[in-house]
Structure formats: structure tokens, C-alpha cells
Design a protein around this ligand. Structure first.
Ligand code: BGC
Length: 753
């Protein structure tokens, strides 16, 4: 590489216009354009996110063919359930090592879009319904990855929460949910972890394509959040390339056909596009190439076995023990078990689409259970076909029921078939296949000791939850997911995974139910801020399992919290004690409420979390911080974040519906200066110390025939803009006098609430 950052401007000045235009798009499906004349190499950008999807030599031009083997770490749904940023940073670093070994410069991930509806076909690739979880864990993945000299691509920016019509749909959304729910996680990752690239999404936001939205790509991302990397398009997201350059879309992918390069050239020549805007995009591309080249190490390799072990650790940490009556779990190594269900033998371990990884190895739960218990203690029956073949299913079910009847305990592996969850289309329902539900009923009639183990990427309805003693949510565990399940079932790992997404009772209860996936090219985010648990809590809706829920084989007690406030936010110290007989991990969660808020808010929001590992009887103090920035709401009047003054309730607990202790704390809010205007209301003028005496006196002079008591009068007239009131013949106020007072009030700098 010949440039060197210091002479970047000089380097760009040496390029011809055609060369610059060529750098605005890639050279192929996954490479940037090289400029051999100047020594600028090409770099590789490839999927991601939970493994390296490096096309092998035989891959087709769409990148859909075979890819080289790589560790298939658990997809984001499972990583999100760990609530463990330290672990995710290690996974990120391992991904970085593998990417570097394969010559990949940018790994396309993580994906941190909010799980708005459980029907989104790609939820398995996203972390959570909550922006704090998505932001904290997304930042950890980026930090880990980039620590290896490989760039991340934070995606899909922004509001890409469904697959239906994803390349065109307009997300019609109000500013508060956009900022507070859908952008907040992105903001955190950008500010905390400085990803080298951000990938803009396919969709439109309030009518404008993300790929050509100057507000999104420049005002918010760069000017407000300080992003200094490169914006790459999602593959095929470009509608108008020239508008994209102007808006801040630096690199179009994939590339190779040259059409948009020619269009850029003509636009600059005709004066439609300012060459300096092109230079800006080129500068960022060259900078990225330079960063990547600096981190590259063609000699590097990675430890396949160690990465498999890390994949197993991460998958086990992501398993959520949803239910465990009468401590049916963990099993003893010496227990005899019936293992039923094809998923035990043929694991479903990742989702379909661009994130599909070609694993280095693949463990099945059946194989790993047999390794722990010994094959002699395990009887397996496939129980159903994955493609729901009616005739075969009948035979398989009766064989399975016979096996179940003879066993002391049944491990029943249920899940969604591959075709139910994929990039590119959404799910149609939240049900497990009918053949599997029928099988469960049949098994229960012969054996009540049934442990259901689930494999799927987005949540499913669990209508049988009251009828079985235990449910283990195994998600999609990546290549070592089978071992992770076995570890949890046999207590080799004490489960600590938590739901990063609520499991609802039924699809009709979900926040976006009436507004998903939209119609006529628009999807209206009518539920506003009330996404996930924010919705169920605001409506007091029963859920199957709440956000943050997950059991352990031990129990934990919480002390009363000690709470202090400083400029960073609210600090909460709480002692957590392991009150059971096994070592275990608690995920301590901090929720904050603002009961007297002047703006609409969910009843509580997650503002902090931490994991703590405790030996039996051990107690440790944990400090959680609700950052001041996270207490703020997006204020439409000042178009900025504002922290409200007054009391906040902090609650610590084990899930959003298992709060163990609360405390009340006063926070000093932000001073907001809203200038008074002639359109300000009578009530607003009564709140200002300069205008209040005159306006108050005028009110008192009003004819008591309108309303005898003054309080009532204020209510009646208070909402009236002052300009309207003074226009009434009976108004005792004079326009000039009011204009003068407003001028004086604004000049005095007194705060208007
Ligand atoms: C997906 C991205 C992916 C890209 C490259 C797109 O279809 O939305 O997530 O990184 O393809 O494969």
C-alpha cells in the first residue's frame, strides 16, 4: 500500500475522475476495486456475522455457492441470550482471527436490528428486542473482531425489521421510536466501538431510501455520533447512486458492472454532482483499504479445536432454561433416557441466507448425550420427519411413543424446520409444526416426565408449557450447539441464558400484530415505543415467558440496592448471593421507570445488566449503571435528547417480571431553553417569570361570566396561543406589550419548562 494517511489528499488528487468513480463501487461480489497503477490493492468484504463465509473457488457470482470451512459460532439469537459482553468480545476476536486467516478484510456483521415482530424471518440474525442489549452486545462483537485487524460492518442501518418487501418498503415511523428504539443500539456501537464500516439497509425510512438519506448517513451517523468509517450499501441496496454519494454512501456493493461508475462520471462532468462529494467517498474507501491492509496477515492461522470449544461455551451460555419443575433437570450421567426427535440427530443450528456458514465440524445433541451418559443409557427414536411426511410420521410417532413409555425420562427435541426461517421472507405464524405438537401429546399420554428441547431462531408459541415439567430453549446453537445442549441437560454448565426477546402467548398479542408487514409499500410502526416487553408491560398482557427470564440450577438472593446519582447516571450497588447448592451465574438486570414523566414512556426499561458467577453461598456486590444518556428521551420540541428532572424508580431483578428490589432516586434534569413565541400558549407564558405577572393579571380581569374560578379559567384559556387570545375583543392584552414582554423574557435567559 502506497498512500499513507498523511498524504491521502495528495493521493486522491493524483487519481483521474474515472479512477475515483470506479472506487465508489466494488469490483465483484465481495471485493473492492483495486487501482494497480497507484498500488491500491483490493480488499475482501464477506459475511458474517457468526462465521466467515468466504466463497470457495467454485462459488458462483452471486456468492451463493460453497464457502470454505469456518467455525459456525452460534447465530445472534443465541449470542444475545448470553447477556455477556465479555464472552461476545472473545467470540468477535475468534471471528477476527478466522477472517484474517482467510484474507477477509471486513466481516459483514454484526446485525443489531431490533426484533420488532417475532414474524421477522431474520430474527435469528439479530440480538434482541431491546436496544440496550443490542447495543452493548453489538459493541462487544465489534471490539473483539476489530482487535484482530479486521473491520466490522454494523448492519442493517436502519429500521430493517422485516424481510417482506425489504428492498422497497417504507418504514413510516415517528421520531421518538426511531431514536429511542431503532437507532439507539446503533448509536451505542458507533460511539463505543467505532466500527470500520456501517452497512446501510435496503428499506426506506419515512419515504427515503436508507442508501440515499443524508439525514441518516451524514447528519445522524457522522455529525451527531462521530462515525469516522465507511458506509457500504447492503448488497443491491442502491437506487440512485449519485444521490447516495451526496448523502454519504461511500461504497456500493456488489460491484462489477460499471454502470453506476459511468453515471457518477457523467454527473460530475455535468455539474450534477460536486466532485468534492465523490472525493469524500473515495477518501473513506482508501482509508478502509489502508486499515485492512495494515491488519492483514497472510501467514496467520487459527486453532480450529479452540474455536469449536469457544463456540460450545457461547452456545451453552445462550441456552435458556425456561421451565424446570420438580428439578427434573439436571440429569445425572447415570440416568437412562429416551431421546426423541430428528433434531437431536440432525441439528438445526443456523438460519438460511447470506449468513450460512460451512462448519468445520458439527456436533449433534444425540452424539454428545451418548458421550456423557454412555450409549447404553440412551435410546433414540427420530419421532418425526423434518419435511412433515404424513405417512412416515405416523410410523415414526408410534415407535417413539413405545420408546417413551419404557423410559424414566424423555428428552423431546422439537423445533422449526429450515424453510420456516430465512433471510428474504418472513414467517407466517409462530407455531411449531402440527406433526411435532401431535407427537408431544402422544408422548405425554405414556410418560409425564418430558423435557422439551427447542431448536429454532425466532420465538415460537408454547401452548404445551403447562403440560410438561421442563422446557429448554436451545435456539440455533451453531456447530457446537449439540454439545452445549448436552452440557446444560447434564449440569456440566449451569444455565444462565436469558430471553432477549419476550415469548408471547400468541401472535395476536404481539406489538406489531396489526401493522406487520404493512401494505402498499409502507409499514407503519404504529406501536411506537412499545416494542417487546415495553408493550406487554404497558398493556399488562400475560406472556408465556417474559423478557430477561431464564432459570438456573441454583437460586439467588438480592440485597436492597444502594443508589447514587452522578454525572454518568444512576449507580446501583446490589449484593447478589448464591443461595443454592451449585455454582451458577446470575444475570442481574436494572430497570428504570419514570412514573411522573411528562412524556409517554413504557412502564420500565432495561438500563443496565451484568453477569456474576457465584459459588454456592458466595455473595458479591455488583455495580450497575444506568447511563445518563440512556435515561433521556428524544424531545421533539428541542430535537435533542433530554433527561427529565425528578424521581426515577430503579428496580433490580432476575427478569423484567421478577424484580427483587426497588429504590427511588432523584435526578437533576437537563435545562431546556425553549424560546417563547407569539404561538406560545397562555399557560406557557404563565410559567415564565417575566411574562407571568402581566398575563396573570389579564386573566384576573377577565369577565367572571366566563368562568368564576381562576383555576378553571386557566384550564379553559391555557391551551390558547397568546396571539389568538389577544385577538379577542375582550382580551385586556395589547399585542405590542406582549411582543415586548416575550422579547424581554427570551433575552433574560430564564428557563421555560
Ligand atoms: C444481506 C446482508 C449481507 C449481504 C451480503 C444481503 O442480502 O442483507 O446482510 O451481508 O447480502 O451477502
Amino acid at each position: 500500500m502506497t498512500t499513507g494517511l498523511s498524504d491521502l489528499d495528495a493521493y486522491i488528487a493524483r487519481l483521474t475522475l474515472a479512477e475515483k468513480a470506479s472506487l465508489a463501487s466494488g469490483a465483484s461480489f465481495d471485493t473492492t476495486t483495486p487501482l494497480p497503477r497507484t498500488g491500491l490493492p483490493s480488499i475482501v468484504l464477506t459475511d458474517g456475522p457468526h462465521g466467515v463465509r468466504m466463497p470457495s473457488a467454485q462459488a458462483d457470482h452471486l456468492g451463493i455457492g460453497e464457502s470454505v470451512q469456518a467455525t459456525c459460532f452460534p447465530p445472534a439469537v443465541t449470542l444475545g441470550s448470553t447477556f455477556d459482553p465479555e464472552l461476545l468480545e472473545r467470540v468477535g476476536a475468534a471471528l477476527g482471527e478466522e477472517a484474517r486467516a482467510e484474507g477477509v478484510g471486513v466481516l459483514l456483521g454484526p446485525g443489531i436490528n431490533i426484533k420488532r415482530s417475532p414474524l421477522c424471518g431474520r430474527n435469528f440474525e439479530y440480538l434482541s428486542e431491546d436496544p440496550l442489549v443490542s447495543g452493548v452486545l453489538g459493541a462487544a462483537l465489534v471490539r473483539g473482531l476489530q482487535s484482530q485487524g479486521v473491520g466490522a460492518s454494523l448492519k442493517h442501518f436502519a429500521a430493517n425489521n422485516q424481510e417482506t418487501d425489504r428492498l422497497r418498503v417504507s418504514v413510516d415511523i415517528d421520531p421518538r421510536p426511531l431514536r429511542e428504539i431503532y437507532l439507539r443500539g446503533f448509536q451505542r456501537v458507533v460511539e463505543e466501538a467505532s466500527p470500520w464500516t456501517v452497512m446501510c439497509s435496503y428499506n426506506r425510512i419515512n419515504g427515503t431510501y436508507a442508501s440515499q438519506d443524508p439525514w441518516l448517513l451524514t447528519t445522524v451517523l457522522r455529525d451527531e455520533w462521530g462515525f469516522d468509517g465507511l458506509v457500504v450499501s447492503d448488497w443491491g441496496a442502491v437506487e440512485d447512486r449519485v444521490a447516495g454519494i451526496r448523502a454519504g454512501l461511500d461504497l456500493e456493493m456488489p460491484g462489477g458492472d460499471g454502470r453506476n461508475d459511468a453515471r457518477i462520471l457523467t454527473a460530475v462532468e455535468s455539474g450534477e454532482l460536486d466532485e468534492r462529494d465523490l472525493d469524500t467517498a473515495v477518501r473513506r474507501t482508501v482509508q478502509l483499504v489502508e486499515r485492512v491492509t495494515r491488519g492483514a496477515d497472510p501467514e496467520s492461522a487459527y486453532d480450529v479445536e479452540a474455536h469449536h470449544a469457544l463456540a460450545r461455551e457461547a452456545a451453552a451460555r445462550g441456552v435458556v432454561l425456561l421451565q424446570n419443575e420438580e428439578d427434573i433437570l439436571p440429569l445425572a450421567d447415570t440416568d437412562t433416557v429416551a431421546v426423541l426427535g430428528e433434531f437431536a440427530r440432525t441439528p438445526r443450528y443456523q438460519g438460511a441466507g447470506s449468513s450460512l456458514i460451512n462448519p468445520t465440524r458439527l456436533d449433534s445433541a444425540l452424539g454428545e448425550i451418548e458421550r456423557i451418559a454412555g450409549a447404553g443409557r440412551v435410546t433414540f427414536a427420530p419421532a418425526f420427519t423434518l419435511d412433515a411426511d404424513l405417512v412416515r410420521d405416523e410410523v415414526l410417532a408410534s415407535e417413539a411413543v413405545a420408546v417413551a413409555a419404557a423410559a424414566p425420562v424423555v428428552l423431546l427435541f422439537l423445533g422449526l424446520p429450515d424453510r420456516d426461517e430465512s433471510e428474504g421472507y418472513d414467517r407466517e405464524h409462530l407455531s411449531l409444526p402440527a406433526n411435532q405438537l401431535a407427537l408431544l401429546d402422544a408422548v405425554r399420554t405414556v410418560n409425564s416426565r418430558v423435557v422439551v428441547v427447542l431448536s429454532h431462531g425466532g420465538v415460537v408459541e408454547l401452548p404445551f408449557a403447562d403440560d410438561v415439567p421442563a422446557i429448554v430453549e436451545g435456539w440455533l446453537g451453531g456447530q457446537a450447539g449439540g454439545g452445549a445442549i448436552a452440557d446444560v441437560l447434564y449440569g456440566k454448565v449451569n444455565p444462565s441464558g436469558r430471553l432477549a426477546e419476550t415469548i408471547p402467548m400468541r401472535i395476536e398479542d404481539t406489538p406489531a400484530y396489526l401493522d406487520f408487514p404493512g401494505e402498499f409499500g409502507h409499514v407503519r410502526y404504529g406501536e411506537g415505543l412499545f416494542v417487546g416487553y415495553r408493550w406487554y408491560d404497558a398493556r399488562s398482557t400475560a406472556v408465556r415467558f417474559p423478557f430477561g427470564h431464564g432459570l438456573s440450577y441454583t437460586t439467588f438472593a438480592y440485597s436492597e440496592p444502594r443508589v447514587t446519582v452522578d454525572s454518568f447516571g444512576i449507580q446501583v450497588v446490589v449484593a447478589v448471593t448464591n443461595t443454592g447448592a451449585r455454582a451458577g451465574r446470575e444475570v442481574v438486570q436494572l430497570y428504570v421507570s419514570r412514573p411522573e414523566s411528562g412524556v409517554r414512556r413504557p412502564p420500565r426499561e432495561l438500563k443496565g445488566f451484568a453477569v456474576v458467577d457465584l459459588e454456592p453461598g458466595e455473595s458479591r456486590e455488583i455495580t450497575l449503571t444506568a447511563r445518563r444518556a440512556d435515561l433521556a428521551h428524544w424531545d421533539l420540541q428541542v430535537e435533542d435528547w433530554v433527561v427529565e428532572d425528578g424521581p426515577y424508580i430503579v428496580a433490580v431483578g432476575s427478569s423484567s417480571r421478577d424484580l427483587r428490589a426497588t429504590a427511588l432516586v432523584d435526578v437533576e434534569g437537563d435545562r431546556v431553553h425553549l424560546p417563547l413565541m407569539m404561538s406560545s400558549t397562555v399557560a406557557e407564558l404563565l410559567d415564565n417569570p417575566v411574562t407571568a405577572p402581566v398575563v396573570g393579571e389579564a386573566l384576573r380581569q377577565m369577565d367572571s361570566a366566563i368562568m368564576a374560578d381562576e383555576e378553571g379559567l386557566v384550564k379553559l384559556i391555557g391551551s390558547m396561543p397568546i396571539s389568538r387570545w389577544i385577538a379577542f375583543p375582550e382580551s385586556p392584552l395589547d399585542r405590542h406589550q406582549i411582543e415586548g414582554l416575550i422579547f424581554e423574557a427570551n433575552a433574560s435567559g430564564e428557563e421555560n419548562p
